[in-house]
Ligand binder design. Sequence first.
Ligand code: DX5
Ligand code: ZN
Length: 220
Amino acid sequence: MIHLAPSILAADFWNLGRNIAEAEAAGAKYLHIDVMDGDFVPSISFGMPVIASIRKKTRMIFDVHLMVSNPERYIERFAACGADIITVHVEACKHVDRVIQQIKACGCKAGVALNPVTSLHTLDYIVDMVDMILVMTVNPGFGGQEYIKTSTRKIQKLRERLNELGLEKDIQVDGGIRKNNVHVVLEAGANVIVSGTSIFSGDITKNVQDYLEIFRQFEG
Ligand code: DX5
Ligand code: ZN
């Protein structure tokens, strides 16, 4: 199943509630929430109070992407404020296995994210524990960047490896995905598609519907 995960990093924060409601009404089921700490990545975004506020108003699946150093410090608090899926970067954890267990103990689904240059081998001993693997298709930290083309091969290799292992896991892609290149990541094997700029800049309803139509056609 292919899912669309609009990233609120690209939303208009004055109208955040309205933007989210529009994406939900248009049919998006996931909401991608980018938390940045100014240490793991150069920028700072937002944190628990924002997530807790929007949790009261929407039933979307909260897909929280922690671009945060040593995220084990915050897992319980993100779970408490409404995360459904918590994704941590392998590069940001001293003990990735332990952090995944921590996420699951909170009742959340666990994701691991890999920066563009991080090898798929870092997944060797954790892949069967996680629900989702996030293949970063830009260097994390900012919205509106260009898709890094070497990501396509990485997504393909990961899907091949998961198939060899008989594992049905979600592969999420994040960064530089637009309507005109999304077919590349779908063909490579990704099934959870994050998009910020190409959903929240412009007509949100139309953008979500266009993506969902592309997914329907792809799934045949
Ligand atoms: C990048 C973030 C992305 C970002 C994607 O660090 O993780 O989720 O919002 O934005 P676009 O779709 O604009 O590349
Ligand atoms: Zn993200």
